[in-house]
Design a protein around this ligand. Structure first.
Ligand SMILES: C[S@@+](CC[C@H](N)C(=O)[O-])C[C@H]1O[C@@H](n2cnc3c(N)ncnc32)[C@H](O)[C@@H]1O
Length: 209
């Protein structure tokens, strides 16, 4: 299927991450993986750090009403922007203002999407809950990513998969190793070089699935 870019409007949400190459690569990866996503028959999907909300909305374009859609963001304005995008595109997304997925039950999600703050920065730059949270990733750009990795297995259902944006500087091969310790296989769904960044969309799925 051809995945249309969902409508969005951030005029009222100046502190929210404006979709850019990483966001559009993520949408392209979901489009490329449409058959896999449909065959998975997911019941509950979530996007962590939904920002404008166009990625979870794009997933809803693919899976339609067969699935429930949640999102979280540490930035309250992003939660409002996500609700607004969902409404502009006539889809339903429940958005919660929280850190990662800390408020959710175990083994709940068939799909987790995450375009994390991945830029290599000093650890001190990860502070507050405004626009800097959208990009500041601390050491190796991995501080927020690493907080999630050890919980992915507990959050996903037995058939669950996680899609994640990673940058070359994030040392994706180390992330792949960590996930293999939790019995996950990894696949690069798409990658793209843009000026100054080599971006990947990784998919993590359980080895026995
Ligand atoms: C790179 S932006 C991606 C935004 C959007 N998903 C996209 O693809 O355009 C990262 C998003 O993660 C959010 N974020 C950062 N740290 C977070 C955390 N600990 N928990 C939840 N959301 C977080 C930011 O506020 C921001 O909206």
């Amino acid at each position: 299927m051809v995945l249309e870019t969902p409508k969005y409007n951030l005029d009222k949400y100046p502190e929210v991450y404006d979709p850019r190459e990483d966001t559009f690569l993520f949408l392209d990866a979901l489009e490329a993986d449409t058959m896999f996503l449909l065959n998975l028959k997911p019941k509950i999907a979530v996007e962590i750090g939904s920002g404008s909300g166009i990625v979870i909305t794009g997933l809803a374009f693919i899976l339609q009403k067969s699935c429930l859609y949640f999102s979280t963001d540490i930035n309250y304005q992003a939660c409002l922007a996500t609700k607004n995008s969902a409404s502009l595109n006539n889809v339903s997304v429940e958005c919660s203002n929280m850190d990662l997925l800390t408020g959710f039950n175990h083994n709940m999600f068939d799909i987790i999407l995450f375009n994390p703050p991945y830029v290599v920065t000093d650890s001190e730059e990860i502070s507050g809950n405004g626009l800097n949270c959208a990009w500041a990733g601390g050491v190796n750009g991995r501080e927020i990513i690493d907080k999630l990795l050890c919980n992915i297995s507990e959050l996903l259902t037995s058939k669950g998969v996680c899609y994640m944006v990673l940058l070359k500087e994030n040392k994706p091969e180390e992330v792949v190793n960590v996930m293999s310790r939790f019995n996950f296989n990894s696949e690069i769904v798409l990658q793209r070089k843009i000026p100054g960044e080599h971006l990947y969309i990784y998919k993590f799925f359980r080895i026995n699935q």
